[in-house]
Write a protein that binds this ligand. Structure first.
Ligand SMILES: C[S@@+](CC[C@H](N)C(=O)[O-])C[C@H]1O[C@@H](n2cnc3c(N)ncnc32)[C@H](O)[C@@H]1O
Length: 233
């Protein structure tokens, strides 16, 4: 089943925004790169790679990169960015993945799992394409985000919701699935992953002061996403 949110219609605007935004360039991406650590000579799959900023960053650190995304337009932009530096294809994380068993040392999945109603089947697919003992490093909307931004709504149920965003001046609607923390960790166990790290990092110290909204200036933790490093058992 294709995702409810189709990035094709705002791919270029999203990609431009993502390049230098606080949330992506100075918070999400550095946090994932920290969890990956030494990427040299590792075969890494970027699941939901978008226009490929993380694919590029990992490739520059010496990883052998493959990326896929459900959006054709995102993959066109990723090809523009990466040329032959990575294998790139259109594929749906909600379907069987077009890779052999044991193809990758690590999988990274930045901000994509919150579009999926079911996590267990995609996680099992990722485990299949990982070598035994390989890692999945993922970021998703923090489970507190939905109840905090929608007062009065429940925390405990799997719930579909939509938010309006502006990407480089263009409006776009993102439709997500909220799930509580225990539903995330249950899905990891069911799919054969063990949690190594749960991270709730602050934004990077090199974020330009001018892009930090006043309400976040004094915070040492930026509540928006949660990050997991998981080990395939
Ligand atoms: C928030 S963007 C993040 C892009 C990229 N990971 C990054 O951090 O720059 C989410 C991406 O997930 C992709 N996506 C959403 N649902 C997907 C699915 N079921 N399979 C593959 N990609 C999906 C979207 O097309 C979009 O490019």
């Amino acid at each position: 089943m294709l995702p409810d949110t189709n990035y094709d219609s705002f791919a270029e605007a999203y990609s431009t925004e993502n390049e230098s935004s606080l949330i992506n360039a100075f918070y999400e991406r550095p946090a994932v790169l920290d969890l990956v650590g030494d990427a040299r000579n590792r075969r890494i799959l970027d699941a939901g790679c978008g226009s490929g900023p993380l694919t590029k960053a990992l490739g520059s650190r010496g990883a052998i990169m493959t990326g896929f995304d459900a959006s054709k337009e995102m993959i066109r932009l990723a090809r523009q960015r990466l040329g032959d530096e990575a294998d790139l294809l259109v594929a749906d994380l909600g379907q069987p993945l077009p890779f052999e068993d044991d193809s990758f040392d690590d999988v990274v999945a930045s901000l994509v799992f919150h579009y999926l109603p079911d996590w267990v089947s995609p996680l099992k697919e990722i485990r299949r394409v990982l070598r035994p003992g390989g890692r999945l490093i993922m970021s998703v909307n923090h489970p507190l985000l939905y109840p905090l931004t929608n007062p009065g709504k429940g925390y405990f149920n799997l719930t579909k919701y939509s938010d309006e965003h502006s990407f480089n001046g263009q409006r776009g609607t993102l439709t997500y699935w909220h799930r509580p923390l225990h539903a995330m960790t249950d899905a990891f166990s069911k799919a054969g992953f063990q949690i190594e790290t749960i991270s709730e990092p602050p934004y990077s110290s090199d974020a330009p002061a001018g892009i930090i909204p006043p309400q976040f200036k004094d915070r040492d933790s930026f509540l928006s996403f949660i990050f997991f490093a998981l080990r395939a058992q």
